[in-house]
Structure formats: structure tokens, C-alpha cells
Design a protein around this ligand. Structure first.
Ligand code: MN
Length: 734
């Protein structure tokens, strides 16, 4: 009888075992084999788009994991990663058969069910969120996902063009950057080149053709260089292993597009890598190279002294070689080389109670932060865009005045820098100097910039900052503070509003017990009264509605009140958000009987002192005060419940905003001195912007301050003029 035909899937599995034996000779592979049999049984009869048995895919994923020298749990997960998503196996079954760790990892890589979400976008975002959460607990989740993606990219050609494009885009936008953040240079490079081929087929072909046409001469050139370097290093007694490489297609493409240059202007198209034994010899080798060939200024990068955030370390230099050819030299130790290629997987070792890298490994610290912040992000779309921005691999290296390195994404601003130092520094930032010169807060930072942040205590972040900050950290902190202060205002408004209505309707709130309040809050779906106050302040309900529930015997819940109150269209004036400072002269208006309600003048009629006025409780923005003659009042007042009586206050504690412009010397400490002079005069700064006046060789500072009267203004201006370096102070009228 003829032997049965060889089974290719079985053969692949044997290859996997052989590979594992090479680096984990003592591990028990019985659970791995069980996972293989289990997955194979459930995927039986399924095929991939290539026509192969489905099981080829999970085994190849496990093989990629073996190349990364991962442990048995990771490879079990690799074999089982699609059973929950694509067969009728439940997670419970996986847990029972293979234990908690494998189940957790399988769960992490399983997409959410199509039934759970309406849109594909939301489903994608929520699946990512789930995966990232699982990965924070166990980095193997991401290793399996990356291996899965790598194999899918290698076999992408069998899919329809639409799916191909979607998967390739997701790969380049999310998975390749994640691999980069984790320092996994090898995986990242493969993912990028595979995705590039499908996303930009024309550019890909052009670059590959170009590289190929020069390959022969380039390789000859590299061979010549390699010989020279080898003998030079030997003569100096520096042990080294040399590798020559031609830049990857995607890497070339990226550079051409970013720097808008032509192929022959790419200095590092060809590179020689020197791998030596010690840091000392890295610098010694750099000396040898620079002694032999002229370095190109500005192209020497010391990532040994300043490692990249993903812990990549190496020395880079570009030099002009024989025949005027430029090439790059990368110099690193063996250890650095492993980290550059394998990243977080380089030192991956499963120990009891520790699943992978140390807690404080900065390669996943960013992810922990992201997962923390994402709790504030309700909108899946927002989560995805934050994730993409945060994954963006380009970075700039900036410094504090004391020389500490702060790594930021490209185009990051001084505000991002300030938040990277500390959230308090960010929130109280009023100005910034870059390399000793005052710059606008929205300007972009560049490599090597020394950034000095001016702060003023009590300063609040501005909503405008959201338009230009680049880091998720700054964005989230700013949003958080703005939301928190808006909520405080809303609670305040809600409380006053309820109080005021209670008086009008004769409800004695003092007699209502806390538990009654909580019951009413509960009827509106809130766990505490504070939340209901906030909802009232945001204009979600009317005070009368609430009072009808609090004291039904006094207040009837009239039918017309059940319709939504107000309506955005009924509020034509552009009201400021509660977080904003009060409008000009707001303090001069008082709500009768309640003097600390948030009030502002309606922009539509901007009533002046002495005029007959009327107040209207807006949706979460406080009380808008209109002139009684304002045409909007008539249409607004159909909702009589929101009408509130207001009157001009007698007090003269008014603060007027005054705009000042200063011409100063451009020197360190100037802004600090100015802001402290202002606070010495008990004056509030509303806004401050500083810029460099190149034509006058100095700085221009524009600010708006609140002053009570002319006398205070004169004192303030005098104090500013006394500061040495202040050349002129002028008041702006506008
Ligand atoms: Mn898969």
C-alpha cells in the first residue's frame, strides 16, 4: 500500500516545533499540539481566499511568532487566534481547554461581533480599544496581532481591490506605527513595504525600478566601501561586523514626499551598518569614518546619547564617499542592533506574574496613557483620530533650559512641550521662548530647540489651544479642564435657577429632604442631585419641571412644559461658554436677589447701563441679559419659565478689559518679569501673546488686562516701564 500523501498543514506544524526547539529546547509542547489539533478541527473545511486550507494561516502566524522567539502561550494564541471570530467556538471553551492566559490573548485579538455596532467605523474603533486594553495587560496580544497582520499582508493579493486597500491602509496607519512605537524595526519595515505596494502601486513601481536600475553599481560601490571600512577598523583594533543595505522602497518614498526631493538627493539611499562590541568602539568607529570621508554637516545623529522614544540606539552619519557618492553609516553595538530589529520582543521573557516588559518601559507607557485618556473619549471616531495622531512616528527632539530631552511629534507647539513637562505647567502657560526668543504659542518646534515656558499661577488653558496642539496628552488635559470648569459653572447655574424658580412658585426648598432630591434626580436618571443641577444648568430640563416633581402639591406639571424647552434656534446670540471669562462689564449686572449667578450681555443688543433689561436663562451658558427693546426678546420670551429679572448693580467694582502692546528687548526672563509685575498690581491677564519683532530686533508683547480704573492702569503701565528692556508701552483702542 502506498503511504498517504504528505499533509502540508501537518508538515508546517512540524516545522513550527523544530523552530521552537532551537530556542526553547526544554519547553513542553504538548499544549501547543493540542491547540493545533483543536484549531484544525474547528477550521476543518474552511479555506482562505488563496484556496489553501484555512489552517495554513494560523500555523504561519505561529511560525512568525517563533521567529520573534515568543513563548508557547503566544504561539498557542497564534494557532487559536481565529477560532472565536470565525468558528462557533466560544471564549469559554478556549478558557476551559487552554487556560486563562491563552483565553485573554485570544479575546484581545478577536474583533467585536458585527451585531454589536451599527457602523463599520465604530466597530473598528471599538475593536481597537478592546485590543489595546488587552495589550496593556499582556503585550503578547499585540505580538500575535502583528504576526497575524504580517501574514495577511503577505497574502493580500488574493483579496478584492477594495478589501486590499482597506487592510493596507489600516496597516500603514495603525499597525506599522505600533510596531515602530514598540521598536520592532523589522516587522515595521515589512508591513510598510507590503502596504505601500498596494496603496501607491505607481510610486512603488517607479521607486523599485529606479532602485533596481542602480542596484548593480550601488552594490559594487557598497562592496568597495565595505572593504575599506573593514581594513581601517581592523587597523584600529575595533572588532566589527558589517552589513550593507539599500534603503527600503517605502522609506525612500516617504523621504521623497516629505522633503520634496529627487532620488539622487537622498543621502542615505545606501548605508553601511557597523555592529561592534561596545559603546566606546561605536564612537571610535565614527572617528575612523569621519577621518576617512567628509561628513555632511547636520547629518550626524547621536541616538546613543539620546535614544529614540522606542529605545532605538545608534550613531548615524552621512558622508561623501569616493567619486562624490553620499552614503550613510550606522554604528551600534550588538545589543543595540537586537533592540533596533526586534524592539520590545528583544528582551521578552515570560516570568511568573510579569507578562513581558517592565511597567515603566516607555515603549508601552504611551499606550497606558492612551488607555487612561480614552475613558474620556466617548466618540469612537475621536478615539481613532487620537490614536492615529499619537502613533505618528515622526518626532522632534527639544530641550528644557536645563538640557532635559523632550521628544514630541512633528509640528508640536510650546503648549505640547509645556504639557509634556507637567500638566500644571501646560495649564498655566502664558508664553514661551525658543532658543532665547519669544515665540507665539502656536508656532511649531524644531529639532534642537531649547524651550522655556512662562507660567502664571491661576491661569486657565484656552479653548483656542485645541486648534493647534499636536499631542493627545495636551489635548486631553485641556479638554478635561475646560469640561470640568464648564460643569462647575453649569451646576452653579442649575442651583440658582432652581432656587429662583422655587421662590417664584412658592416652593420651600429648605423643607425638601435630601432623599427627596435624590429620588427626583434618580427619576431623571442621575445618581446624585449635583448631576441634575448640571443638567438644569445645561438647559436640558426646565426648573419648573423639576419642581413639579419635588413638590407636586404646589407646582402642577403643565402639559406645555413637557416639550423640550428653549430650542437652540431661539437663542440667536452667540453666547460664550461658561468656561470663558465674563464678558465686558458683566459684573455690573445683577440678578435681583441673587448676586452670583453667571450673567453676560447678549451680543445681539449689548445693553448699556441704565437701560431697561431682562434676563433669559440659556442652555448651560448662564443668564443672557437683553435690552427690553431687543427684537429677540419677544421671540425668546414665549418660554416664560426661563425669563429672569435682572437689574443694574450699584457697585463700582467693575473691571474693564484694556489692550496693551509692548515693545521690549528680546532677552531671557523678560516675560517672567512682565507677568510678575502685572500680578504685583493685582491685575488679571486675560490674554497674552508674545512674538519676535525681527525688523526691530526685539519682542512684541500684546496683552489684554482687566483694570478697575484709570488709576490702576497708570500704575500698571508705570510698573512695566520700570522693567529694564521695556522700550515702550501703548494702549490699543479697538
Ligand atoms: Mn487571522
Amino acid at each position: 500500500m502506498a503511504p498517504p500523501p504528505p499533509d502540508p498543514v501537518e508538515q508546517l506544524y512540524r516545522d513550527l516545533e523544530t523552530k521552537i526547539r532551537e530556542y526553547r529546547p526544554k519547553d513542553d509542547l504538548a499544549p501547543l499540539e493540542r491547540a493545533f489539533r483543536f484549531a484544525r478541527q474547528w477550521h476543518e473545511g474552511q479555506t482562505r481566499d488563496s484556496g489553501e486550507p484555512y489552517m495554513v494561516h494560523p500555523v504561519k502566524v505561529a511560525l512568525i511568532l517563533a521567529e520573534m522567539r515568543m513563548d508557547v502561550v503566544a504561539m498557542e494564541t497564534g494557532l487559536l487566534h481565529d477560532v472565536v471570530e470565525d468558528t462557533s467556538v466560544t471564549l469559554e471553551q478556549v478558557r476551559k481547554e487552554f487556560g486563562e492566559e491563552v483565553a485573554h490573548c485570544v479575546d484581545g485579538v478577536t474583533k467585536l461581533s458585527k451585531l454589536d455596532f451599527y457602523s463599520a467605523e465604530d466597530r473598528q474603533a471599538e475593536s481597537f480599544r478592546k485590543m489595546l486594553l488587552a495589550m496593556v495587560e499582556d503585550i503578547r496580544v499585540m505580538m500575535v496581532k502583528l504576526a497575524d497582520r504580517l501574514h495577511n499582508m503577505r497574502t493580500l493579493g488574493f483579496l478584492s481591490p477594495e478589501r486590499r486597500e482597506r487592510i493596507a491602509r489600516e496597516t500603514i496607519e495603525i499597525y506599522a506605527p505600533i510596531a515602530h512605537r514598540l521598536g520592532m524595526g523589522k516587522v515595521r519595515g515589512q508591513l510598510e513595504d507590503l502596504a505601500f505596494q498596494y496603496l501607491e502601486p505607481d510610486a512603488f513601481r517607479e521607486i523599485v525600478t529606479n532602485i533596481e536600475s542602480r542596484r548593480h553599481s550601488n552594490e559594487e560601490f557598497l562592496e568597495e566601501i565595505r572593504h575599506t571600512v573593514e581594513s581601517e577598523l581592523r587597523r584600529e583594533g575595533i572588532p566589527a561586523r558589517l552589513e550593507a543595505r539599500i534603503k527600503r522602497p517605502f522609506s525612500v518614498f516617504h523621504k521623497l514626499r516629505r522633503q520634496k526631493i529627487a532620488m539622487d538627493q537622498v543621502y542615505d539611499l545606501m548605508a553601511l551598518r557597523i555592529v561592534t562590541d561596545s559603546v566606546k568602539n561605536c564612537y571610535a568607529a565614527l572617528g575612523v569614518i569621519h577621518n576617512k570621508w567628509r561628513p555632511i554637516p547636520g547629518r550626524i545623529k547621536d541616538f546613543i546619547a539620546i535614544p529614540r522614544p522606542n529605545l532605538y540606539q545608534s550613531l548615524h552619519t552621512s558622508v561623501v564617499g569616493p567619486h562624490g557618492q553620499t552614503f550613510e553609516v550606522q554604528i551600534r553595538t550588538d545589543e543595540m542592533h537586537r533592540v533596533a530589529e526586534e524592539g520590545i520582543a528583544a528582551h521578552w521573557k515570560y516570568k511568573e506574574g510579569r507578562k513581558g516588559p517592565a511597567e515603566d518601559d516607555q515603549r508601552i507607557a504611551w499606550l497606558r496613557h492612551l488607555v487612561e485618556w480614552q475613558q474620556d473619549m466617548q466618540d469612537p471616531g475621536e478615539f481613532m483620530s487620537t490614536l492615529k495622531v499619537d502613533l505618528y512616528p515622526e518626532e522632534v527632539y527639544t530641550f528644557t533650559p536645563r538640557g532635559k530631552v523632550i521628544v514630541l511629534p512633528r509640528e508640536a507647539t510650546p503648549i505640547d512641550f509645556a504639557y509634556a513637562i507637567h500638566s500644571d505647567v501646560g495649564s498655566t502657560c502664558v508664553g514661551a521662548k525658543v532658543n532665547g526668543r519669544i515665540v507665539p504659542l502656536r508656532s511649531s518646534l524644531r529639532n534642537g530647540d531649547v524651550v522655556e515656558i512662562m507660567t502664571q499661577s491661576g491661569h486657565q488653558p484656552s479653548k483656542d489651544w485645541l486648534a493647534f496642539v499636536k499631542t493627545a496628552r495636551a489635548r486631553n488635559k485641556i479638554k478635561h479642564l475646560i469640561n470640568a470648569s464648564e460643569r462647575v459653572k453649569a451646576i452653579e447655574i442649575g442651583e440658582k435657577y432652581l432656587d429662583k424658580e422655587a421662590r417664584r412658585l412658592g416652593v420651600q426648598l429648605g423643607r425638601v429632604t435630601k432623599s427627596d432630591f435624590d429620588r427626583v434626580a434618580g427619576e431623571y436618571g442621575y445618581s446624585k442631585m449635583e448631576d441634575l443641577y448640571a443638567a438644569l444648568g445645561y438647559g436640558k430640563f426646565s426648573a419648573r419641571q423639576v419642581l413639579a416633581k419635588v413638590a407636586p402639591e404646589v407646582v402642577a406639571d403643565e402639559p406645555e412644559e413637557s416639550k423640550p424647552t428653549g430650542g437652540a434656534a431661539a437663542e440667536p446670540q452667540a453666547a460664550p461658554a461658561p468656561g470663558a471669562r465674563q464678558q465686558d462689564g458683566d459684573a455690573v449686572i445683577k440678578v435681583r436677589g441673587l448676586d452670583d449667578l453667571l450673567v453676560y450681555r447678549a451680543k445681539c443688543c449689548n445693553p448699556i447701563r441704565g437701560e431697561a433689561i431682562v434676563g433669559y436663562v440659556t442652555r448651560g451658558k448662564g443668564v443672557a441679559v437683553h435690552s427690553k427693546l431687543c427684537p429677540n426678546v419677544q421671540s425668546l420670551m414665549y418660554d416664560v419659565e426661563r425669563k429672569i429679572e435682572v437689574e443694574w448693580a450699584r457697585a463700582v467694582e467693575e473691571a474693564f478689559p484694556v489692550r496693551l502692546v509692548l515693545l521690549t528687548d528680546d532677552r531671557p526672563g523678560m516675560l517672567n518679569q512682565l507677568t510678575s509685575a502685572i500680578s504685583d498690581e493685582n491685575t488679571n491677564i486675560r490674554s497674552l501673546e508674545a512674538k519676535t519683532a525681527v525688523d526691530q530686533d526685539g519682542g512684541i508683547v500684546e496683552m489684554t488686562v482687566d483694570v478697575r480704573d484709570k488709576k490702576q492702569l497708570e500704575k500698571l503701565v508705570a510698573a512695566m516701564r520700570r522693567i529694564s528692556g521695556v522700550r515702550d508701552v501703548e494702549r490699543l483702542f479697538k
